[in-house]
Ligand binder design. Sequence first.
Ligand code: HSE
Length: 433
Amino acid sequence: MQQIGIGLAGLGTVGGGVYKHLTKNRILLMERLGLELVVRKIAVRDPSKTRDVPAPPALITRNWRDLVDDPLIQIVVELMGGIETALELVLSAIQKGKIVVTGNKALLAEHGQEIFLAATKYKVPVFFEAAAAGGVPIIKSIREAFIGNHIQSIHGIINGTSNYILTRMAASGMGFKEALAEAQQLGFAEADPSLDVNGWDAAHKAIILASLAYGFWVGTDKIYVEGIEEITADDIRFAGELGYCVKLLAIIKADEKSEIEIRVHPTLIPRSHVLASVNGVFNAVAVRGDVVGETLFYGRGAGQDPTSSAVMSDLAEAAVAIECPRRSYGFTPHGLYGTCKPIDDVVSQYYLRIAVVDKPGVLAQVAGILGEEDIGISSVIQPESQEGESVPLVLMIHYATNTQMQKALGRIARLSSVKRPPRMIRVEMLVAS
Ligand code: HSE
């Protein structure tokens, strides 16, 4: 049987998983592909390191250039992480005509344009299923299954760590720091969880999904990002009293003028929507197309096995691409879209929590400012909660732009009866039709 040579850069959690599962499912892959995938070299930073997945020492090299220079390697798999060396490896592999498979979301979000320009120039495909939502096949679905659709919207819970934290805060009433510590203890959070909780891990994935959906590589300066660090157990409880739960949601939409909204932030979604029941470390992505309507993908977005599954599917596609050259190199730019809406112009609904002195007339002052700024209130509650000298006033706001809201919140914050800067969380109604 014809052999396809693979060079693996990185033998950490995902690289080790890929090596393990390629070995375990070798026969299945051979039967399905009619080709044999053979790992010929593995580049690691520290060959002396003890690893969960042992690989034959004869395959190990410290120098990633050995993969690119080996004529028997046709596919280079970048699973080393980081940006600079990974970019050098990917571009060198493309220049040498070797197909690239990568799961590096930060690399693609920051350098996707450059990488796909090189891929097109050298006619070398780049595959990246593992770069968004781990084992959930969302990249192939957007690129292939929905090729005949205008994508109207994508709503994704695409960071498992933050979803775990919010789920635990909702279930137990614990605070953000306590829930994060629990996630770290259980091995769900990275040693440095900052990209998970500040929204940027989800943002990198959202940039990839939006770029595929709309045919232009979205710059990192075009996405609005807010993390979950400021979400309190009270916010989650008050949202629950109003019929919502809080999720870190990636929202990608095109309007009728083909302008794109792309944002990641904590979001109130109705408890009745299916995304509200995506709990713990699970990911889910809802895609709406003009032909297909509403679709939903669910699964594990991280971890050795789900991510390895995604890399293996790319390897299989890459192996077939060697046999049958293709016209698409992983990302096909087109000119149907291209403008991103600034967050200030984005229209949304909102949850507001304002710490106020408990005295007559305060609600009227707040409502007066909102009215003057042409912002409608859909409901108000004053839930039971002790906040020192103040009480919480929670308002649900009808559609308004970010500019309108910032102006109103600035004025509300200056009222003497308001004790802290108001807390604003966007609301996404997510009505399936
Ligand atoms: N740390 C990420 C998550 C997985 O929690 O979903 C890698 O992107």
